[in-house]
Structures are given as structure tokens and as C-alpha cells.
Design a protein around this ligand. Structure first.
Ligand code: AVJ
Length: 320
């Protein structure tokens, strides 16, 4: 059985925007790139491979938490609700909730990839005929309207996978506020976020023995080569991931193995030996720090569900 992945939310952006972001990031000091660009087709496949790695506990732990607590979560959900999933990707996690809560009668997957949404919507309507599916193809970090069919119904936001950990704290807060506006006054919000833990487990999760995470990280350079005609030599860069305890986040980098030049479009970028490109942060929260973040953004934590090792947490939030 394959463990389904949360398809991260931001994909299929225009090439112009991609080029502009790459040039801006590589021109900066220190150099950086945006993690949303990991997820082209090859990157999405590599991410799904990551979710099946023994060291990558996040996906399987969240699925277990959802399965073990589906009925308890369902008890919070009012009649004739709509489940609104941000960055929906595969609907596997939503399906756990839809099956446990027959009072949910609509599912609104919000994802930037329209094609992907269409396929998943058709599958879900076949599997759970009770639920009407209204896909919204948009970037959920921007403002969007709920489909008219669900307006006025109680909305249950769903944001699993610790995707929220990719955002800076002020951006995560803004996103939670934004979700509150879209979901409306009576809304609940179910959010999955990774928990702070011992650095060995965290280090292993982002430095797997099989090297899939390294491949996933390096694919960003391969994608820049493919889509922007750049000449990154992939074997001249290496994957680095470390836990920054003070900031409570995994930091992911690509380090240049030597002094070199790289061309992207008409620009040339110089790399010192050992110079890094910062490609991702993955924030880890304590129950306390996540609850404070939620409260600061207008949401009151109702319950939090964790696994027995307290590796991952699923929060049920209610509008304040
Ligand atoms: C999809 C953002 C939740 O932070 O764990 C996995 C992405 N990066 N391995 C994470 C990721 C390296 C993942 N998220």
C-alpha cells in the first residue's frame, strides 16, 4: 500500500514568476530559493517517496492520529457541514474524516492544480456518493470565494501535513487569519502540525539513509535546468538539513562542493566552495507554541490529538 502524500499547495506557477523568483533568490546574500518550487511532477513523486521512508514519521503518524480519532473529531462537526481542504492534493486524509462524519455533505478541495483536482474530485464522488465535491482551483494563500453551494453552511477547514511549517511565523499567522475570513464565523479548523522533538529523530527525518530527501532537494536545481535552461551541475551540490533549536525549525540547504559559476537565463551566479542556497524551513511546534500562534490569529484551540510518542499533532480550532 502506498502512503498518500499531501500535495503541497503551490504548484504550476507561471515560468515568468518562477524565473523572477529564482533570479531574485540567487542574487540575494545569502542565496535562497522558495520551497513551493520543489513540487513539479518529479518533485511531487519524490515527496511521495519521502512519505514512505522509515525515518519520515510525519505522514504515517498524522494518518494514524486521524484514523484513531476520527469519531472524536467528527463529534465536533455540525450537521450539513462542508469540509474545505487547503492545498488538497490527494484526498486520502480528507476521506478519513468524510467517512467518520456522515454529517459532512460537501467537500471543497482547494488546490492550484486544476487537473489534479478534477481527477481527485471524480474519484471521491465515486467512493463517497453522499458527498458533493466542489473543487476550487486557486492559490489558497490569496483571497478566494467559497463555492455558492456551500455558502452559509458550517465550514470545517482542513490543513493537514504540517504544510503550515513551511511558512514563517508571521506568514502562518496571516494564513490562519485569512482562513478565518474565508471559512466564516461558525467555522472549525483542523490543522496538522509537526511537534518539536529530540534532534536525532528530526535530523534522521530530513537526512534519510536512502538519500531520497537529498534527491528531492537537488531536484529543485534539476527543475531550474529543465524549465529555465540553467546549467547547474547537480553533482557539484550537496544536501544539508539541520535542526535549529533556537528557531524551532529544520533548515534545508544545498551547498556548493566547490567554487563554481552557474548560468540562469542571461545571468551568471558565482558560488564559493561551501556556499549554501537555503531551500526550505520546516517549523516544529510545541502544543503551547502552536496554540499561541492559533490564538493570536483569532482561533481558540478546542482539542489536540497526538500519537503516543507525541511526534505529531492534529489541532481542532474554533473561531474566537
Ligand atoms: C510538505 C512541508 C510538510 O516540511 O516535512 C519533507 C516537506 N522537505 N522533506 C516537511 C519536506 C523535506 C515537508 N512538508
Amino acid at each position: 500500500m502506498t502512503v498518500p502524500a499531501l500535495r503541497p499547495a503551490l504548484r504550476d506557477v507561471s515560468t515568468d514568476q518562477f524565473l523572477a523568483d529564482v533570479i531574485a533568490g540567487l542574487s540575494d546574500n545569502p542565496k535562497h530559493l522558495l520551497p513551493k518550487y520543489f513540487y513539479d511532477e518529479a518533485g511531487s513523486k519524490l515527496f511521495e517517496e519521502i512519505t514512505r521512508l522509515p525515518e519520515y514519521y510525519l505522514t504515517r503518524t498524522e494518518l494514524k492520529i486521524l484514523r484513531d480519532n476520527a469519531l472524536a473529531i467528527a463529534a465536533h462537526i455540525p450537521r450539513d457541514s462542508a469540509l474545505v481542504e487547503l492545498g488538497a492534493g490527494s484526498a486520502t486524509k480528507a476521506k478519513i474524516l468524510l467517512e467518520a462524519a456522515p454529517q459532512i455533505t460537501a467537500y471543497v478541495p482547494v488546490d492550484i492544480s486544476a487537473e489534479f483536482l478534477g481527477n481527485e474530485a471524480a474519484k471521491l464522488e465515486r467512493d463517497i456518493p453522499r458527498v458533493a465535491v466542489y473543487p476550487v482551483a486557486t492559490d489558497f494563500t490569496r483571497s478566494f470565494e467559497l463555492p455558492t453551494a456551500v455558502r452559509g453552511r458550517p465550514c470545517i477547514g482542513f490543513f493537514p501535513g504540517s504544510t503550515i511549517g513551511n511558512f514563517e511565523p508571521h506568514e502562518a499567522s496571516e494564513l490562519l487569519r485569512h482562513a478565518a475570513r474565508i471559512l466564516g464565523r461558525e467555522a472549525l479548523f483542523i490543522v496538522g502540525a509537526d511537534l518539536a522533538k529530540d534532534s536525532n529523530s528530526l535530523h534522521a527525518a530530513y537526512n534519510d539513509a536512502a538519500g531520497v530527501t537529498a534527491k528531492f532537494n537537488l531536484n529543485l536545481l534539476a527543475r531550474i535546468n529543465r524549465e529555465l535552461g540553467a546549467d547547474f551541475n547537480l553533482s557539484a551540490f550537496e544536501h544539508h538539513a539541520c535542526y535549529n533549536r533556537e528557531r524551532g525549525r529544520i533548515e534545508v540547504y544545498l551547498a556548493s562542493r566547490k567554487r563554481q559559476k552557474v548560468h540562469v537565463a542571461s545571468k551568471t551566479f558565482d558560488f564559493r566552495a561551501g556556499e549554501t542556497i537555503h531551500t526550505e524551513n520546516s517549523y516544529k511546534f510545541t502544543i503551547k507554541s502552536f496554540s499561541a500562534l492559533a490564538r493570536g490569529a483569532g482561533w481558540a484551540p478546542v482539542t489536540v490529538y497526538t500519537d503516543h510518542e507525541e511526534y505529531f499533532a492534529v489541532y481542532v480550532l474554533k473561531q474566537k
